[in-house]
Design a protein around this ligand. Sequence first.
Ligand code: ATP
Length: 203
Amino acid sequence: MFAVGLTGGIGSGKTTVADLFATHGVAIVDTDVIAHRITAPGGAAMPLIAQAFGPQFVAPDGSLDRARMRALVFSDDAARARLEAITHPLIRAETEREREASAGPYVVIVVPLLVESGTWKSRVERVLVVDCSVETQIARVMRRNAFSREQVLAIIARQATRDERLAAADDVIVNDNAPLEQLTQQVQRLHQRYLALAGAGRA
Ligand code: ATP
């Protein structure tokens, strides 16, 4: 199945854009949703996390204690690497399964850290970046999450830069306070392009 990897920084508008592709009947696979599912009660990652980090990282309902894990990996790169060594292969496997099970002309895979995590770029046929200014990101995330400017900046600092992301892009959607209509038009144009590319690949 022809796959478009959709990425962008925090608050850039990935979910908004993915929802617009979905209105065209395109299948959406969201790696954030999968990451949540594998760390929910009974999730495939939970026994491995309990073994590697200890039972104190498992909440009473059997899900990941997200606040505790976030606090650990924010300041400890080795712990982050250990966590990712558990979760990333599971996320990749589940993404592949969903991709193959998808109906529709092609699939859009939402991967927030596509540029950062390397292997994703070679797994998709096309990289689509949702781009906006850092100031727009800050304003949106402060509003949505009630974060301070410093908190948003700290998250942005851990992600790829705008230029690094644009350098990896095959296609770009500009979403600096674009009215919905403008965004819809950009998605419509790209959808036609992806239909053609997916069809050509199949022929
Ligand atoms: P995250 O990485 O944080 O999950 P995201 O890239 O998926 O974010 P969205 O959730 O789509 O981004 O958008 C972030 C916020 O900005 C949302 O509250 C959304 O409604 C708002 N937003 C996105 N695009 C626009 C736009 N063009 N105009 C106004 N608000 C927008």
